[in-house]
Write a protein that binds this ligand. Structure first.
Ligand code: HAM
Length: 440
């Protein structure tokens, strides 16, 4: 292996050059703004956690993908593959006495040793938004509204993405009504979770492998193919448990319709979520064209806090990844410009004016402007070229005459017009007028 190869980036990890980081910052900025607009407070936790936090709590799929090792103190640890167990641990330690509901959000970097493919990497960032301590369906609707707005505010609309919604309690009622024994429910959920990607043949084979009778497999295959509310209502109209289990979803929909978000909703009986801890309404956001993996996934998990030693508290939330969303934004041309902005480029004619130029630069920066200048002695022509390359809006030129008169020539680099100003008037003006178009 050559030296160059041995230092290449690990598969599934990303470098963020400024253009990529500009998109990431734009996405994070929008996520933060939306989460705060719903009254959520930002938190964070450690990227490394005790391995035990994930074993059993997250479910087999994620545990098989852990970056886990024994640290120098002999502790079994893992890089966090998701944020929900950390949130549960943090709240298990401190939720008693906190006013409820708790509305928290976070944007952690997460690590999963997955097979890298389009939309799936070995590290990703995830917006996590959770409401803890509210069991009513309004909390389920509230987090879904945040998820929709977090994507909508990036410029995507009803034609671009959809929220597929389901309820695990409904699936469980349907499984029971279809004759699936309780012991086979978890196995069935795992098969249903993969049904969209696996297709009818493999799904049927997966159900057969659970040892279900051919009649039960037949019913399930039919429900997976058409699990519309109309079909369910028709098929199970005499099964009160199924009909009752459909009610929370009806209220959920009516709340989101009142918020003007009904057009984003689509009921889908096959959305059950891979993670072990969900207990109620679950949802996933997908691109409408169905070309990409899920943009977001979440739902209600009413027992997790208790499982990690906390008080009995209901919870609901979601995780939205930056990878699929980034692809969608690139596809739709919704990526912000990333040219570095520079308000002023200071040009000094000779080395004697350098100190005056540096002082002016510092004072303009202190007034909130971005300022650049050449880091090596150069002629005026080269400095002005560099100013143009840097995308500077104005050049502040200081020659011997200007320095002697405590003034500078300010040139607008777009129009070429220029005027000579005293340094005092330049600084006075610039401390009052905030520079336009600067990056926040
Ligand atoms: P999750 O479905 O495992 O849920 O992940 C949520 C989202 O994170 C996915 O829809 C996807 O966009 C993104 N994601 C997951 N794995 C990868 C990967 N390997 N590469 C790129 N993106 C990925 C959870 O993690 C739950 N803890 C979410 C939650 C919060 N539920 C309640 N609160």
């Amino acid at each position: 292996m050559s030296a160059a190869t041995s230092f290449s980036r690990l598969p599934g990890f990303r470098d963020f050059v400024p253009e990529d980081l500009a998109l990431r910052s734009h996405v994070f900025g929008t996520w933060r703004r939306v989460a705060r607009s719903y009254g959520f407070g930002e938190y964070d936790g450690p990227p490394l956690e005790p391995l035990g936090l994930y074993v059993e709590k997250s479910g087999e799929e994620i545990v098989g993908q852990l970056y886990a090792f024994t640290d120098k103190g002999g502790r079994e640890v893992a890089l966090r593959p998701e944020m929900t167990p950390t949130l549960a641990r943090m709240l298990a330690e401190r939720s008693r006495g906190m006013p409820k509901p708790i509305r928290w959000f976070s944007i952690p970097q997460l690590f999963r040793y997955e097979r890298s493919q389009r939309g799936r990497l070995r590290e990703h960032f995830q917006l996590n938004v959770d409401i803890v301590g509210e069991s009513g369906v309004a909390a389920d609707a509230e987090v879904l509204a945040v998820a929709v707005d977090a994507v909508r505010c990036l410029g995507l609309g009803e034609d671009d993405f959809v929220a597929r919604v389901n309820d695990r309690r409904l699936v469980s009622a349907v499984l029971t009504a279809a004759g699936v024994p309780a012991g086979a429910h978890a196995g069935c959920l795992a098969v249903i979770d993969k049904a969209g990607r696996a297709g009818p043949e493999r799904t049927r084979a997966g159900l057969d492998a659970l040892g279900l009778s051919p009649g039960v497999v037949e019913v399930l295959a039919e429900l997976i193919a058409d699990g519309s509310p109309e079909h369910l209502a028709e098929r199970f109209r005499d099964t009160p448990r199924v009909m009752d289990a459909m009610r929370p979803l009806q209220e959920h929909r009516s709340i989101l319709e009142a918020m003007g978000l009904g057009g984003f909703l689509h009921f889908d009986l096959t959305v059950v979520r891979g993670l072990a801890y969900y207990t109620g309404i679950v949802f996933e956001l997908f691109d409408r064209a169905g070309e990409l993996r899920a943009i977001c996934g979440g739902g209600r998990y009413d027992r997790l806090l208790e499982l990690v030693g906390g008080e009995r508290l209901s919870a609901v939330g979601f995780g939205m990844g930056d990878v699929v969303l980034g692809e969608l934004l690139r596809d739709r041309g919704l990526v912000p410009g990333s040219a570095p902005s520079c308000d002023y480029y200071v040009v000094w004619v000779g080395p004697d004016q350098r100190a005056a130029g540096l002082e002016i630069g510092s004072r303009l920066r202190a007034a909130g402007h971005s300022v650049m200048y050449s880091l090596r002695p150069q002629g005026v022509g080269k400095q002005l070229k560099a100013a143009n390359r840097a995308g500077a809006r104005r050049a502040v030129i200081i020659g011997p005459d200007e320095a002697a008169a405590a003034s500078a020539t300010v040139r607008d680099l777009a129009t070429g017009s220029q005027e000579t100003k005293t340094l005092r008037s330049l600084l006075e003006r610039e401390t009052k007028t905030p520079a336009a178009g600067r990056n926040p």
